[in-house]
Design a protein around this ligand. Structure first.
Ligand SMILES: O=C(O)CCC(=O)C(=O)O
Ligand SMILES: [Fe+2]
Length: 277
């Protein structure tokens, strides 16, 4: 049995919510209860596909060692701890306090990053941008929330997440590149200095972001003391048409869902052509 909540905290403070709107993210270091952090990590590392990945040798071509990540999207193979993340009371309280009641579960992913893996450049994850169908245009300003979990944490310079606080306040046009943003060209629009913040989080941390924010990930050095950084993510969207990866909900999840979960899952998945209808 998992505890009633996996987290040490019940709900965000008003300061947290203000920071979310001002900075575009909230950081909750070591927010998992010890038992929940260990339970989640054990559950993930025990998955057949993860065990196979961890047991397989590093690929090499032409004598060059190449490190491959483990990545699955959607992440449906969840045990009790992973399952509870979907509507843990703290997660529900965070979503209600930041974007209100009218939201749906969008999709999830699981990622293990090995030593030697390269960086992920600055990007935003709002999938209605850069598409000009009427449906995308109508959804452009709707909230899209990513809840990032780091069961074994990361340190600066070792697969750390980095963000540009306040970058969600800049209108998402083609002219806005991370390079221009970091050069200060959009400070006036945001009403603040837009500068990079490199995060450093202990095991069992959560980062809750408005996916409009520019974020990136640094490389994992070949001699990192941590073998693999484990990262799982759940994504929620304001009610409305599908985002690019809005997942099909497994039939078993629907059958077992109580009324609150049914509501969370009552939306259409993304299928090819669904934005052109
Ligand atoms: O690996 C991470 O910490 C974040 C990755 C990311 O930006 C994403 O999944 O969109
Ligand atoms: Fe991202």
């Amino acid at each position: 049995m998992t505890p009633r909540t996996l987290f040490r905290q019940q709900s965000p403070t008003q300061d947290d919510v203000d920071a979310f709107h001002h900075d575009g993210f909230m950081l909750y270091p070591d927010v998992f209860k010890d038992e929940a952090r260990e339970g989640l990590l054990t559950e993930i590392l025990g998955l057949d596909s993860v065990r196979q990945y961890l047991a397989s040798p590093i690929d090499g071509t032409e004598g060059k060692r190449v490190s491959q990540a483990y990545f699955v999207r959607p992440w449906n193979d969840r045990g009790p701890y992973g399952d509870q993340l979907i509507d843990d009371p703290f997660v529900t309280a965070l979503l209600r306090a930041t974007i209100g009641d009218d939201y749906h579960f969008c999709h999830s992913a699981l990622n293990l990053a090995p030593r030697g893996i390269g960086p992920i450049p600055y990007h935003q994850d709002h999938h209605h941008w850069k598409h000009d169908n009427p449906v995308n245009l109508a959804e452009r300003e709707r909230y899209y929330i990513q809840i990032l979990y780091y069961p074994n944490g990361f340190t600066r310079g070792d697969r750390n997440l980095k963000v540009i606080p306040g970058s969600h306040l800049v209108a998402p046009t083609e002219q806005v590149t991370p390079e221009r943003m970091l050069a200060g060209e959009f400070d006036a629009e945001a009403g603040r200095n837009l500068e990079e913040v490199r995060l450093d989080v202990p095991a069992g941390s959560m980062v809750y972001i408005n996916a409009r924010i520019f974020h990136a990930v640094e490389a994992k050095p070949a001699d990192s003391v941590q073998g693999h950084r484990v990262f799982n993510i759940d994504i929620f969207k304001e009610a409305g048409p599908p985002h690019r990866y809005t997942q099909e909900i497994p039939r078993q999840w629907l059958q077992q869902a109580g009324p609150a979960r049914q509501r969370l899952f009552s939306r259409k998945p993304y299928v090819d052509g669904c934005w052109n209808a």
